[in-house]
Design a protein around this ligand. Structure first.
Ligand code: FES
Length: 103
């Protein structure tokens, strides 16, 4: 099973292959922010892949790329949306919006 490490809390958990980072974070109460409920409409779930290469996540769909281009001002080459990025291998990601805001 792929292992996902969430920073800055430095917590490593096991994921089912194909789960989104948001689904993994919900399962383990990590606190990945998701203001739109995970429908690719807000970008509050922005994460940056730190380790494990970008191939540890499935390639982004056009909708994810479009949302990041429109809404993520601090986008990097390794930015992904946690509600869209599906895990396929070991990966370490930084939660950009940490700590999560009260919703
Ligand atoms: S939770 Fe809104 S875009 Fe991911």
């Amino acid at each position: 099973m792929p292992q996902v490490t969430f920073m800055p809390i430095n917590k490593t958990v096991e994921a089912e292959e194909g789960q989104t980072l948001l689904e993994v974070s919900e399962e383990y109460d990590i606190g990945l922010e998701h203001a739109c409920g995970g429908v690719c409409a807000c970008s509050t779930c922005h994460v940056i892949v730190q380790d494990g290469t970008d191939e540890a996540l499935e390639e982004p769909e056009d909708e994810e790329i479009d949302t990041m281009d429109k809404l993520v001002s601090n986008q990097t080459l390794h930015s992904r949306l946690g509600c869209q990025a599906r895990v396929v291998g070991d990966v370490k990601v930084e939660l950009v919006n940490w700590p999560p805001r009260e919703l």
